[in-house]
Design a binder for this molecule. Structure first.
Ligand code: PMV
Length: 326
């Protein structure tokens, strides 16, 4: 009997400049570079065991075993196949994965999940891959997973083929103590997947306009980080968030991702700014809003969000240093 296993933990991130729309559907090559902050409080821990006594792959997520033909397991098994091909491996595997936060609610759980899966499975098979190679591989499971194999503030270079589309840390996790206060307005799974949304993006009349300036906005955001200009950073990040959601809303068919509590949080964040608190909101494909602020204002922001109608709970996060093998 032969068994080999490994365990890894990777973190979800919040995109400051969003990945929205693909130039290649199969390879998951994005139409634009994106930039994201890796989040310490949002993680997926995954153990992968290759075992020649298994007759099929087993996928357990959050303690629940998924049928091999379910949507969740199919995507995981396809990714295991990619890794098995790379290693010349025949054994089936048991995958056990757990998130530290509500999944499928727009907090990028697929990013942390496919990064942790890629790291644990390749390690279990003794593949020695660089961070760049892990990034190529993770990207094929879930686009944003290519960012989650690194930490700090991360840029995903869109590239033009599989070997040029990868992510790397552009600012270390301790460069600037930005905090993220996440307002969970519902644990309910979002109705629209990012995969479906990426396909619809080009149907919005606003999409072309976005492509003409998104790279400039990314440069602007990096410059604000370089200069530690939180207002410039926050304003660009909010503008980016609303542009992305405007594209989703004006796609055909239209996507609408927010809940009433999401709107209440956007308004609460504006009220905080009126009181002189530096706080800016953004959200990915979902309804749970992420509010960026500086370390010294984190408690004040958390208190304000906690008392906002529709907010069920708060998650507070620092910037993560990156994934780890356990
Ligand atoms: O990686 P995906 O397919 O879940 O897409 C992520 C899309 C956004 O969260 C909206 C943006 C991003 O860059 O994370």
């Amino acid at each position: 009997m032969s068994k080999s296993s490994a365990k890894a933990r990777a973190h979800a991130d919040i995109a400051l400049i969003k990945y929205w729309g693909k130039q290649d559907e199969v390879l998951r090559l994005p139409v634009n570079d994106s930039l994201a902050i890796s989040l310490e409080a949002l993680s997926t821990t995954t153990k992968v065991t290759f075992d020649d006594s298994l007759e099929s792959d087993q996928v357990v997520i959050g303690g629940q075993e998924f049928e091999a033909n379910s949507k969740q397991a199919t995507r995981v098994i396809k990714h295991l196949d990619r890794i098995r091909d790379l290693a010349g491996e025949k054994r089936h595997a048991r995958v056990e994965s757990k998130n530290s936060f509500p999944s499928g609610t727009g907090l990028s759980s697929s990013g942390s999940a496919f990064a942790a899966l890629t790291m644990a499975a390749t390690k279990a098979l003794g593949l020695k891959l660089s961070t760049k190679q892990l990034s190529f591989l993770a990207r094929q499971g879930s686009g944003s997973a290519c960012r989650s194999v690194t930490g700090g503030i991360v840029q995903w270079f869109k590239g033009s083929d599989s070997d040029s589309s990868y992510s790397k840390t552009v600012f270390a996790h301790d460069y600037w103590d930005i905090r993220d206060v996440i307002a969970v307005v519902s644990d309910q799974t979002k109705l629209v997947s990012s995969t479906a949304g990426h396909k619809l993006a080009p149907t919005s009349p606003l999409f072309k306009a976005r492509l003409s300036h998104v790279e400039d906005r990314l440069k602007q955001v990096k410059k604000a980080i370089m200069q530690k200009d939180f207002q410039a950073l926050g304003e660009a990040v909010e503008q980016e968030c609303f542009e992305f959601h405007a594209i989703a809303m004006t796609s055909r068919p239209s996507l609408f991702l927010w809940l009433p509590g999401s709107v209440a949080v956007f308004l609460a964040v504006r009220a905080l700014r009126d009181q002189g608190v530096p706080a800016y909101a953004t959200v990915n494909t979902g309804h749970n809003i992420q509010v960026l602020t500086l370390c010294e204002y984190e408690s004040k922001v958390a208190r304000a969000l906690k008392s906002t109608p529709g907010v069920k709970s708060i998650i507070r996060s620092k910037i993560s240093a990156g994934p780890e093998y356990l």
